[in-house]
Design a binder for this molecule. Sequence first.
Ligand code: ACO
Length: 208
Amino acid sequence: MRGIHVVGGGGHAKVVVGTLQAAGYSVRAAFDDDPRKQGSRLLGVPVEGATREIEKLASARTVLAVGDNASRKRLAERFRTVDWVTVVHPEAFVHPSVRLGPGTVVFAGAVVQPDTVVGAHCIVNTGATVDHDCVLGDYVHVAPGANLAGEVRLDDGVLLGIGGTAAPGAAVGAWTTVGAGSTVIGELSAGVVAVGTPARPVRRASGD
Ligand SMILES: CC(=O)SCCNC(=O)CCNC(=O)[C@H](O)C(C)(C)COP(=O)(O)OP(=O)(O)OC[C@H]1O[C@@H](n2cnc3c(N)ncnc32)[C@H](O)[C@@H]1OP(=O)(O)O
């Protein structure tokens, strides 16, 4: 058994723990700064305390199990000495030519096709597909059931919402959120919230 820790005690962390367990890891503990989560359990794994506890573990192997992209970035920059583990559910398909960055998680039913590059601390969520030659930056989240055609580019911090799609060659600028069920055709600028088909910006994104 391979021992590991997770940062986060919410719903996304629960799926990360389940994915780690399915991949053969022994998840020792979770950490969350929300006192209401401390003392609870995620699939039998104790939520032991605040995230600062991670610092005491020094080189501990860990996954950032927080769904919000900007929060994962903040935590990754705070805990620089941690050994971030990349995890792929055994029922996902990731072609051997794909590069996945540290801390990235690929959930059950997801498919990542040849020559795609995925950055650090990304989420390829349940049943999402990322086709050939895509380039995903760091802290990207491809939500459940979202589909990327070939040669799509999602820059750092992009959220493609649940069931969203991106047409061949589409590109989305950093920290943009694409709404649930929306379709990106062509280019979307950085730092906006965009919805619809084709997805059009409706406001500036808050945060990073
Ligand atoms: C396992 C998991 O749970 S993973 C979770 C992954 N997360 C997601 O998929 C979340 C996706 N989020 C969304 O789609 C959200 O609706 C957002 C981020 C696009 C917008 O949220 P908000 O900023 O709160 O916007 P708000 O709800 O006020 O909507 C603004 C307008 O856009 C419209 N709108 C919002 N979302 C969408 C959408 N997905 N498609 C089309 N129109 C939309 C609203 O109807 C509203 O229109 P109006 O001004 O004419 O009334």
